[in-house]
Ligand binder design. Structure first.
Ligand code: NAD
Length: 487
């Protein structure tokens, strides 16, 4: 297959927090991968900025070690590794103080794209934005990239937005939700808007309900104290699951343009009905087989934070009235899998004998594992013996269908290249984030007021019994969470 990699324009990418976990695990390996496939032009530079007293060589050594750990196959190509490291610079900069800023200004070039990736605590966004502006480092064309969590609630998100907008225009701000960088998520848009087949069926006349599941098999070991301040609703639903819901439910934008797409997503969030408590099941994993409980991992025996949440969400518009969206996410579940399942209604009149266990048509969009799309169909069971029906799937696993090139690049690398290209389509706009918090806040406040503890569930299960009941009450069932080892 012919290479489809198009090099981006030359750039200076400054990573604040370049010695941190995210930079070492995701950002730098992602950049290295883009380098090895030929997407980095000559003249691209990566500037690490952090508080640590390092010189450029020690920083390069840190990157070499990180790449050997997190991208070992690639990093063994030592020629490429050395060429990549030659693009890397380091500047000691104290976000909160004055050290390093004038050196950073001197390092910047005028004729290339400037991007500033803030891989630091959100409490530093405003300070760093202000310093970049005051020292004349950020220009009107520069881009600023920020990480989750984008706020803890509506109020804190508004403060972060105000902090960023004090020095940058919305068109310069790239809020990362790495789910949007996943190949399948973008494929959802291609599937819906580049095929004539689906759009006529994509409404409540034909779709019975939608299930969105993001299931993890790991618990919160090692980061329990941090996680305990957020919980599944803040950590996953308000951002990642909300993005998946928006892309599934949105109207076709008039063109594939960042603001046209994001306008349609905001309309979905604004059309969400408030979720009543009876339509929510919160859970917390208990201890089992020598492994600690959520509370053990969080370091708080009385924690009421949820490690699981399932809910029924209704969208009050013409397309979706009568078609609920069920969202479910949790830690320490049966397996690690993420998918959007669009479950179609049964035929209005069945002329064949009832089939045991008949499930009907479903379109499954798999984010992980094995990114791909499956369409479940009913056919005749082959052979003699009358007209018996069977279910088969049309399965498109991208890696099989499209070969080597389809091997999904990590979401981060795609998103960083989009920043350099100046394409905001896959980044959250400020009003979108605020709308999602405005929807999530009352749900979370409801829990805080009632102080009802989450329901316990067994590690390795599909969550608490109450989540199953949520579906059973509606005469529906959750899809099985597939069991696959954590990768
Ligand atoms: P980390 O604590 O490992 O690294 C923080 C970095 O910030 C370090 O390089 C440190 O030197 C730098 N830093 C801190 N204070 C500074 C200051 N005053 N001046 C200059 N540099 C300073 O954190 P992390 O895990 O890399 O996370 C960074 C950001 O990304 C956080 O906002 C986090 O919530 C977010 N995030 C992290 C992950 C992840 O997997 N690690 C995932 C999603 C989002």
């Amino acid at each position: 297959m012919v290479s489809r990699v198009i090099p981006v324009d030359p750039f200076d990418l400054v990573i604040f927090g370049a010695t941190g976990d995210l930079a070492r695990r995701k950002i730098l390996p992602g950049l290295f991968h883009r380098f090895t496939v030929g997407q980095m032009p000559e003249g691209a530079r990566i500037v690490g900025a952090a508080r640590s007293e390092l010189d450029a060589d020690s920083f390069r050594k840190m990157i070499r070690d990180s790449l050997l750990e997190f991208a070992p196959k690639l990093a063994q190509e030592s020629a490429a590794l050395e060429q990549f490291l030659a693009m890397v610079h380091y500047m000691r900069v104290d976000a909160a103080g004055d050290a390093g800023w004038s050196g950073l200004k001197d390092l910047m070039r005028d004729d290339v794209v400037r991007a500033f990736y803030l891989s630091v605590s959100p409490s530093l966004f405003g300070t760093i934005g202000g310093k970049l502006h005051d020292h004349g480092i950020a220009t009107a064309e520069s881009r600023i990239v920020v990480e989750k969590p984008f706020g803890h609630d509506l109020e804190t998100a508004q403060v972060l937005n105000a902090d960023l907008r004090a020095n940058f225009d919305e068109s310069q701000i790239y809020r990362i939700d790495h789910y949007l960088g996943k190949e399948t998520v973008q494929n959802l848009m291609a599937l819906r808007f580049a095929n004539a087949l689906w759009e006529p069926l994509w409404n409540s006349t034909h779709i019975d309900h939608v299930q969105i599941t993001v299931s993890e098999s790991l618990g919160v070991e090692g980061r329990g104290e941090y996680y305990d301040k957020s919980g599944a609703m803040r950590d996953m639903v308000q951002n990642h699951l909300m993005q998946l819901l928006c892309l599934t439910a949105m109207e076709p934008p008039s063109r594939f343009d960042p603001n046209a797409v994001r306008d349609e997503k905001v309309k979905v969030i604004e059309a969400l009905e408030p979720v009543v408590q009876k339509d929510i099941a919160r859970g917390q994993y208990r201890a089992a087989q020598g492994e600690g409980s959520y509370c053990d991992h969080a370091g708080d025996p009385d924690s009421r934070t949820e490690s699981f949440v399932a809910m029924k969400v209704k969208i009050a518009n013409w397309r979706w009235a009568g078609t609920p969206f069920y969202l479910r996410t949790g830690k320490k579940l049966r397996g690690r899998s993420s998918e959007i399942a669009v479950i179609f209604r049964d035929p209005p009149h069945m002329i064949f004998p009832a089939m045991e266990g008949h499930k009907g048509n479903a379109l499954i969009i798999r984010l992980q594992p094995d990114e791909g799309i499956t369409l479940r169909n009913t056919i005749k069971d082959p052979g003699p013996g009358g007209m018996r029906l069977a279910e088969v799937s049309l399965d498109m696993t991208f890696a099989d269908a499209l070969g080597e090139q389809a091997t999904p690049q990590d979401a981060y690398e795609r998103l960083i290249m989009d920043v350099i290209r100046g394409d905001q389509t896959l980044f959250m706009r400020g009003d979108e984030v605020e709308a999602a918090w405005a929807w999530a806040d009352p749900i979370i406040h409801g829990w805080e007021e009632t102080r009802q503890p989450p329901y316990p569930y067994d590690p390795g299960s599909s969550g608490p019994e109450e989540a199953l009941m949520l579906m059973h009450r509606d005469g529906r069932r959750w899809r099985e969470i597939t069991r696959k080892d954590e990768t």
